[in-house]
Design a protein around this ligand. Sequence first.
Ligand code: ADP
Length: 483
Amino acid sequence: MKVLQVCAEIFPLLKTGGLADVAGALPAALTAAGAEPRVLLPGFAPILDGLKNADHVADLAPHGAVPGARLLYGELPAAQAWAYVIDAPALYLRDGGPYADAHQQPYADNHLRFARLGWAAAELAAGADAYWRPAVVHAHDWHAGLAPACLRAGPAAAVPSLYTVHNLAYQGQFDARHFAELGLPPGFFNVHGLEAYGQLNFMKAGLYFADRLSTVSPSYAHEIQQPEQGMGLDGLLAARAGVLHGILNGVDDTVWNPATDAHIAAPFSADKPAGKARCKADLQARLGLAADARALLFIVVSRLTEQKGLPLVLGVVDEIVARGGQFALLGEGDAVLQAAFTALAARHPGRVAVQLGYDEAQAHRLIAGADVIMVPSRFEPCGLTQLYGLAYGTLPLVRRVGGLADTVTDAALENLADGSATGFVFETFDTAGLRAGIRRAFALADMRGQWRRVQRQAMRQHHDWAQAAHAYLDLYRLMTHER
Ligand code: ADP
């Protein structure tokens, strides 16, 4: 099964969030499951740098105002993937990030930059590379949302597509006047197409034109069909519920495995847990926290955005400290949140540590060394950090929403009794809800034996990519039979 994965980032070359982790893990998992995946990516500098033995395989045509480009094909050894990369320096080589400039302003021509990605997918499906033609196109998030529309518009209309939503909050919305620049048939700009609330909407394009849809957890698949979490697209999602699937992300255990992790102070596992204490001591020393093995250490590793429930965290840190615990945060994003967490750290020297910025190695050290990882999101399509927490015996404290609800089992009495508990789950999106979870974490910590049992159960969870890859492969097969 030849399948083209279309996305804008891939771990470890370029990552702004969980999408990159998924894109980085899926090719190897699909290959192991018996598929033949290739990835299609925009030629951002880190992607071009990571591409080895590249050949120039095709010249991509212009479409409307979307410029033509060279299509390269080669290996991305760092991601264990074979990839097509769109070489278009004027579109992709910029001083800021992949989507926005250094001041967080989205690039004014993003509609063209990512329409180029969509058209490249359609051209590959139509045979742009004579030696390899996908049977299925699998597009991810708004950046690739135009791919299913371009497929329908072009000569490869018979090639089916799967569109996966990693986060419905980012839709790729543009002024309607830009539609004329995309090179798509005029009839595509209406409610049965790319238009949503008078605007051009790349995610809507994917949701409307793809044969099948998926998102990254069963709960999120259900939630986005309701107005509260549907971000304005719940009507379309509910109408397409019959082709909408929820497939949980996995953990790439070549990257996130406490027994082999090169970033952490000492290896450990469910059977040999001793190294975790050394990781905690090392982390406390690195962060300037008091060396205190008994202090319950809560962490957050996150983009600092409204979605992630960080104002709730700000409201409970004083209580964590008052109860003798410690708190550490690694994150970057919203300036107001950054300032608030920095001020909090200044108020609690030795008890609260805040590191602003993106730091892959430090994320591993925090997740290995902590006792509890908090993910109190307002919404969460899948969430990866709670899965990493489970794998490292760092109990997740999460809100019962989206993929968090699907992956963490609360330490309620009945779950403790039957051995299924893996963390702490709270219901309401407010400080009181999170505080209740924190109090329960302290209560469990007072029962060392119980804590260790929950930890062992957490580390035994297997959210592996093999399971997800087989589920995707089943969908690809279904789609090719449906056509
Ligand atoms: P989202 O995709 O919404 O950001 P996920 O939990 O799905 O949330 O994925 C987040 C990924 O980004 C995880 O791999 C997490 O470890 C990583 N991450 C988030 N913030 C940072 C940071 N400041 N430094 C290093 N890694 C981070």
